[in-house]
Design a protein. Structure first.
Ligand code: SF4
Length: 360
């Protein structure tokens, strides 16, 4: 492919971008935020923080990161942690598959490298759950390797600086953007360059009309600003609409216990606990029939209201019910858990918290 067909023009078309690295690093040296994973950017800390930061705000991640490394200080501890404890440490961060992948990555690092991750991009990229971006971030920040890490912030910054109208959700745009980052990178400080680009996207080159161009250290290089086109970039193809699902959450209570089950590993919210969760919005008669069909007797039925929870591809419209029963036995994979043990003993997704908290 010729340079001319690149979706992000390189130095041959924009020789002025040779100044970007120095301007950016000078700004970063004076303005970098103090973040706990920056104190000691070990491979473990960088991998953990990068995985936690996917889909999650920095302010949310900080206390989770601190708690996590206090309880599980290295790959060895993470590789042998019980799933319930792991999920409790992750509870509230969402996207729980990330936690399972992290543990699997730690197991691989123990098995293959005795707990010491090698300074090798391809070895990092082969770990479970690690994609191009995370591998690039660990390689450059933890090991100082000159490898690009292209996330949404970096795509936005470089689409604006170069004025690229490419759809940044396309794989080719990410590839061309990575090539440009590698070309512009200060190879003496790859980790700082990676973090400086991300930082610029996070605090200055904000999405939409929130960009703070007047105080941007690279504004003299920015084509989008020169063309008064900042809010329109980057271009993103419209997302597919989320699938809409109606669910009924039955908090079936008997004496001082609540009926729960553990969701299957590997799927949505895998390994977490939930109350009876049924498709559709059940009527009161249908809930009574559900209890009766399992040998129980309905004592009382109270509405817990409606809530909505958004996943990446699905939207759940949930109706909650508190169902007091008698005579119901455990069934299928459901079992009665003492109410007093639920908060600490049974990690549960935030999707259900609004209902569960009404009965604990
Ligand atoms: S000048 Fe504005 S649009 Fe351009 S990189 Fe800086 S903040 Fe982003």
């Amino acid at each position: 492919m010729s340079t001319d067909s690149k979706l992000f023009p390189g130095l041959s078309q924009r020789p002025d971008l040779i100044d970007l690295s120095a301007l950016l690093l000078d700004w970063y040296d004076r303005n970098a935020r103090t973040l706990p994973w920056r104190d000691d950017p070990s491979p473990y800390h960088v991998l953990l923080s990068e995985v936690m930061l996917q889909q999650t705000q920095v302010e949310t991640v900080i206390p989770y990161f601190r708690r996590f490394i206090a309880e599980l200080p290295d790959f060895a501890a993470l590789s042998v942690v019980e799933d319930a404890r792991l999920l409790r440490l992750w509870q509230g961060l969402g996207y729980y598959r990330r936690a399972h992948y992290l543990k699997r990555a730690a197991i691989e690092i123990m098995r293959l490298y005795g707990g010491v991750l090698p300074a090798d991009y391809h070895a990092i990229r082969r770990l479970p759950g690690v994609g191009d971006y995370t591998a690039g971030a660990v390689a450059s920040i933890a090991f100082g390797l000159p490898v690009a890490a292209v996330d949404g912030n970096v795509l936005r910054v470089l689409a604006r600086i170069t004025g690229s109208k490419a759809d940044v959700t396309a794989a080719r745009a990410k590839k061309d953007c990575a090539a440009l980052v590698t070309e512009l990178m200060d190879t003496r400080r790859p980790g700082d360059f990676t973090q400086a680009l991300m930082e610029l996207g996070a605090v200055i080159c904000r999405p939409g009309a929130q960009a703070k161009c007047a105080c941007c250290p690279v504004n003299r290089l920015c084509l989008a600003r020169a063309q008064n086109n900042v809010a329109a970039l980057p271009v993103k193809a419209p997302k597919k609409p989320r699938r809409q699902e109606h669910r009924s959450l039955l908090l079936i209570r008997q004496k001082d216990a609540l009926l729960l089950r553990r969701r299957e590993d590997g799927g949505l919210l895998g390994g977490l606990y939930e109350p009876v969760n049924l498709p559709g919005h059940l009527t009161e008669a249908e809930i009574k029939a559900f209890v009766t069909a399992r040998g129980g007797r309905l004592l009382a039925l109270d509405s817990l209201g409606e809530r909505r929870h958004l996943f990446t591809h699905i939207s759940w419209h949930m109706r909650g019910w508190l169902v007091d029963t008698q005579g119901l036995c455990d069934f299928d994979d459901h079992f009665f858990a003492p109410l007093s043990e639920i908060a600490d003993g049974y990690p549960m997704p935030s999707a259900f918290k609004g209902f569960i908290n009404q009965v604990l």
